[in-house]
Write a protein that binds this ligand. Sequence first.
Ligand SMILES: *Cc1c(COP(=O)(O)O)cnc(C)c1O
Length: 382
Amino acid sequence: MKDIPIAIPSVSDEEINAITETVKSGWITQGKRVAEFENLFSELHNVKYSLATTSCTTALHMALCAIGIQEGDEVIIPSFTWVSTANVIEYCNAKPVICDVDPNTFNIEISKIKEKITEKTKAIIVVHLFGLCVDFDELRQTIPSHIKVIEDAACAAGAMYKNSFAGSLGDIAAFSFHPRKTITTGEGGMITTNNKNYFDHIQTLRNHGASVSEEERHLGPKPYILPDFKVLGFNYRMTDLQGAFGSVQLKKLNSFISERSKYAQYYKKQFKEIDWIKCPDEPSIGRHAWQAYVLLIDKTKISMDTNDIMEYLKKEGISTRPGTHAIHKLDYYKNKYGLTNEEFPNSTYCSENSIAIPLHNKIKQSEIDYVVETFYKLNKHI
Ligand SMILES: *Cc1c(COP(=O)(O)O)cnc(C)c1O
């Protein structure tokens, strides 16, 4: 019986050795290894500053704090995204203003942003969903310059828009290293920015609001003197165990993406004959990071329910998932803001008819072929 997972992390002895060495070093919370990971991340994404965090969610939370989002403010987000893109706005007692998406890219529908802007709009969080960057030239032409742009780059490590990396496009960005993403640290995240003020502020926020980092204090001349705490902070620090793990993963990022891209192109070519499958597009300039390979089912060409397609694949040993969910359909948001499916037709459609199929760096060509064959077998039945 086949059992092809949707995604599994690609980890080797190198990561294990890096963790073992760190454990033996005696310093396991945020320290040198995290700093090394941050430097590598900045270099690779061509940004001035990177700050490691416990997750993309906490990274986004601090990004909003750094920008100064507070009660009464509005932040625009796409509807088709992971729930934390919206949750972080609620943490700041601000209001998420939800915008529909473009089913061709799964990203925010830029032509619909203008009607969402009010005098309370302070920021927009754009999501580079599944590793495809938002069209930033078009975005910049649409929104006034006083509105801050945050990139939810959870899926977009190594992705490029034209010649610029994800994480360098907006005012501040947040990445994820959850095992479903291309590179992982178990849990973990990263903030990138070119803004020194944001960088300084987030360094303090991440470490309980302390005026001095733990490492500086312990290695300094007077480790017994506790720092002052001038702002309300959090403990959102990454451990050095994860930092060491992350540096090894990061060095593999380019080869991970190339391999995923090869399989993505193969899937697209193979699915050409099935008219009810819409494969994701690759940008002509730039780089898709292929965090996930997400098909959109064309309901005008197949009468079978999308959940039944996924059930069929499961019985054949192939794991699938919906691309992601629609924020406006989640009870908390639906009830709090009185949202309806009619307001967000594309996002509703995508949440009900998208299928992520297996794509990761441990997959074999024979498994990819099996996925393709199984779709053809299904196509013959209907
Ligand atoms: C995975 C994901 C997140 C959350 O990342 P965590 O590191 O698990 O907090 C946020 N936004 C998007 C678009 C994601 O895909």
